[in-house]
Design a protein around this ligand. Structure first.
Ligand code: IPE
Ligand code: IPE
Ligand code: MG
Length: 252
């Protein structure tokens, strides 16, 4: 949404751009390889990864970022071995139990996006409690994408629109936007993927239309505040044209 509360879209309007991204979206990849390099079980990498989340959230608050969106578990990650999936769910529950008070004290609003119906009742309950507790916080919105897929998001938005418009035959871009999971955030300015792969892996497909894409070989458990600074310095060098020529951008 724009500050006026109207839905916005980078393909319809040219957003205001500043040196500090308003919204950073991250694929936190490389936990398994980090553990393997140390001859540890994969879950050790995930545990270290959670600690990095804490550090990066704090760094984003200090940098004045408004929205941080983290990909924690994709709709395709269910394909992993059952014991890894259940350990990831356990870690997610633990993090909600242990970290939410601190987030709240720091003025952070927590949101979980994704198909939550597949989670067990306890996890769904923890999610609801955390979202309700932190709903009024304004300093930073931390969105965690869990059982999230970009295609799922577009389809659930489309289906929700159809429910609200029985007999509707045509949907517009601005018609769909309010139904997407990230409707109340500006589109990401900066996307970061750690772990060296250069792909989107079904993350925010719609919202990344004009996002600057930063890929680093650094594994997520090694991605510290300095690495975040490096990504933001790279971002400051980008020329965001949104379809225009460079000359037009400089005329303003
Ligand atoms: C990212 O790290 C965490 C999740 C997908 C949950 P990975 O577990 O994918 O780590 P690699 O890619 O195997 O190193
Ligand atoms: C993407 O990482 C999902 C998350 C980080 C949660 P993956 O490691 O699952 O991605 P692929 O399968 O290598 O593309
Ligand atoms: Mg991976």
């Amino acid at each position: 949404m724009t500050p006026q509360g109207l839905p916005s879209s980078s393909t319809l309007d040219i957003p205001a751009v500043s040196d500090v991204p308003r919204h950073i979206a991250v694929i936190m990849d490389g936990n398994g390889r980090w553990a393997k390099q140390r001859k540890l079980p994969r879950v050790a990498g995930h545990t270290k990864g959670v600690a990095r989340v804490r550090e990066i959230v704090e760094a984003c608050v200090l940098a004045g970022i408004e929205h941080l969106t983290l990909f924690a578990f994709s709709s395709e990650n269910w394909r992993r071995p059952a014991d890894e999936v259940s350990k990831l769910m356990e870690l997610f529950m633990q993090a909600l139990e242990r970290e939410v008070d601190r987030l709240h004290r720091n003025g952070i609003r927590l949101r979980i996006i994704g198909d939550k119906t597949r989670f067990n009742a306890r996890l769904q309950h923890l999610i609801r409690e955390a979202e309700a507790l932190t709903a009024g916080n304004k300093r930073l919105t931390l969105t965690v994408a869990a059982n999230y897929g970009g295609r799922w998001d577009i389809l659930q938005a489309f289906n929700a629109w159809l429910r609200d418009h029985p007999g509707g035959r045509e949907i517009t871009e601005l018609g769909l936007t309010p139904y997407l999971s990230m409707a109340d955030a500006p589109e990401p300015d900066l996307f970061i993927r750690t772990g060296g792969e250069q792909r989107i892996s079904n993350f925010l497909l719609w919202q990344l239309a004009y996002t600057e894409l930063y890929f680093t070989p650094t594994l997520w458990p090694d991605f510290d505040a300095k690495e975040l600074d490096r990504a933001m310095a790279w971002y400051r060098q980008r020329e965001r044209r949104f379809g225009r020529t460079s000359e037009q951008v400089h005329v303003g």
